[in-house]
Design a protein around this ligand. Sequence first.
Ligand code: FA5
Length: 356
Amino acid sequence: MFEKPDELKELFNSKSKEIKAVSDVEQLRIEFLGKKGFVSGLMQELRNVPNEHKKEAGQKINEIKQYIENSISEKMEEIKKLEEKLLIDSAEAYDESMPVSKDMGSYHPITLVKREVEEIFKGMGFTVEDYSEITDDYNCFEALNIPKYHPARDMQDTYYLSSNQLLKTHTSAAQNTILRKYKSNLDSGNPIRAIFPGRCFRNEKIDACHENTFFQMEGIMVDKNISISNLIYFMKTMLSEVFKTDITVRLRPGFFPFVEPGFELDIQCLICNGKGCPSCKDSGWLELCPCGMIHPNVLTAAGIDPEEYIGFAFGLGLTRLAMMRYGVNDIRLFNSGNLRELSQFTEKNFSRPVNE
Ligand code: FA5
């Protein structure tokens, strides 16, 4: 009769009793269930068992294997709970009567810039909209005149979720939803004017001016008789109010499938005053706010007649604006969690000269 499984069970039980840490449980698992472990050794020995006992011996091995697997899972849970309890017990005692510093906490510089830009646009009749960070292919691309396999998608590789959803690559992903939400304004003779800030995600090579997680602020205006002059007026007003000083901008043609015509609005780098530095990739200019007149296909996708209505859209790089606003020469600071650096941007020093 094949007695080894019972002996193995005894060996396992005695070793299991000694276990004190999660890493030991894993070690035990490898020792018994690993490729070269005891159970696998038993399987090999099955070859030498006489044919008439093979079936019974095989069943015994399976039983012991099952027993060890279950015991290991239970042991793992037990040890984890013990380790957690130990951690809590050994944590520093919390003294409720300790005085609390009122200086603690400050707004993130991007929050400050976002609020400032929101106030500027609110003053010009724009509503501020919220939109989720998770969206889908239709909203992020197709509704924006970027069909599947369009080369423009290459520039915005993103993180796809198993649910067929994705992390939005640009705030333009909300255009369709916002246009639909306010479409009725047009029927009652009022324009659509909205801005929607948000966090964007891209599979990006990170450097001093590129992050994989960054903020943009989208703006749209739709009405009858909107022109490029309106777009330029709003861009100029926003920049002069944010910087409160003369800054050099340039407008050049830019291609985005969801606008026609499209522009790139660049600002002269305020870190190097246009001489060239890592913050502007040595070009002296920083791409800040691409914009253009909304493509008829985008209006149609939102149920708005492009023969009757026209509009502009812009996608302000909010994180880059914060860089320029505060003279931060490396975008990575914003996501660094470095409180010593990040807490210096209070409302009070918001208007300090950026080249200080
Ligand atoms: C867009 O995302 C378009 N959706 C913008 C747009 C909206 C165009 C409406 C026309 C009409 P782009 O990929 O260039 O375009 O990004 C817009 C801005 O976001 C850039 O100018 C830049 O300031 C900022 N940005 C883009 N990628 C990054 C990044 N990886 N890190 C930090 N900022 C970025």
